[in-house]
Design a protein around this ligand. Sequence first.
Ligand code: 13P
Ligand code: SF4
Length: 304
Amino acid sequence: MTDLTNKIQDLKKEKNAVILAHNYQRGEIQDIADYVGDSIELSRKAMQEKDAKVIVFCAVDFMAQSAAILNPEKKVLLPTLGARCPMAQMLTVDEIKRAKAKYPKAPVVLYVNTLAEAKAESDVCCTSANALEVIRSLDSDTVLFGPDRNLGEYVAEETGKTVIPIPEWGFCPTHLLFQPEDIVVLKQKYPNAEVLVHPECSGDMRKVADFIGSTSKICRYVKESDAKQFVVGTEDGILHRLRKENPEQEFYIAYDGSVCPNMKLTTLERLYASLKEEKHVVEVPQNVASKARESLERMFQVKC
Ligand code: 13P
Ligand code: SF4
């Protein structure tokens, strides 16, 4: 252990803190975290940590906001203020209001990759791990869905429901980098490899996938698969966890530059400073938080 990791461990005990890290975090952040997971698992974990006073959320803004909304009695810290998901910024409250006025009967389902103000305007949230179940649970054949257009199209294909995207073209810049022609080349090199793809990828990527799922669902799939090689179509931070948990199997990223720069802003130095100075505290205005919380809780009620 390095001096810095020792100091982080000491501060963690002293402050009664829990460190949560998303599957896309740098390897050294994943290694020091108490728990590594996808967005829904981390939200759940934040709620289960009853004794913790501080939650250090190593991820991006919307994930830390959800933890703050669900745990008003805890101090939630985002180590790097600039760690913002660009997709979450793509859906404004005005856009949601305009869509609601146009389709007053359609429920508003928002991907958790949204800001708290947007969530407060929604009927129910979902993640990529439970989007199909959430949409199926609704008593409506038409839903407003945003901001990820690709996830919306995937949900429409799988559920047969009409999914109206809000905004028209919301996307993840990192997942847009994956292209099916790269898969063709990789499959020539590794013909027995299984192709695992996040639903934020394009429809053309979904067509060449053996499995489509959230980051943690991808991790679970690998554990149950007999394949020895995998081509992975999601942010490259996940390779650290996949290789650590499955040392006998081989993993190849579907595109070499598939990095989410915001996820990578969290370093050990910034994590240390965050714990030491108790910054940056995530605060959500009470009126926004209470409405956003209802939408998140409705998501947790859906059986998966
Ligand atoms: P997961 O919920 O699959 O972890 O995805 C979150 C995300 O931001 C994907 O880009
Ligand atoms: Fe947002 Fe894409 Fe980064 Fe996920 S990978 S946090 S959706 S920018």
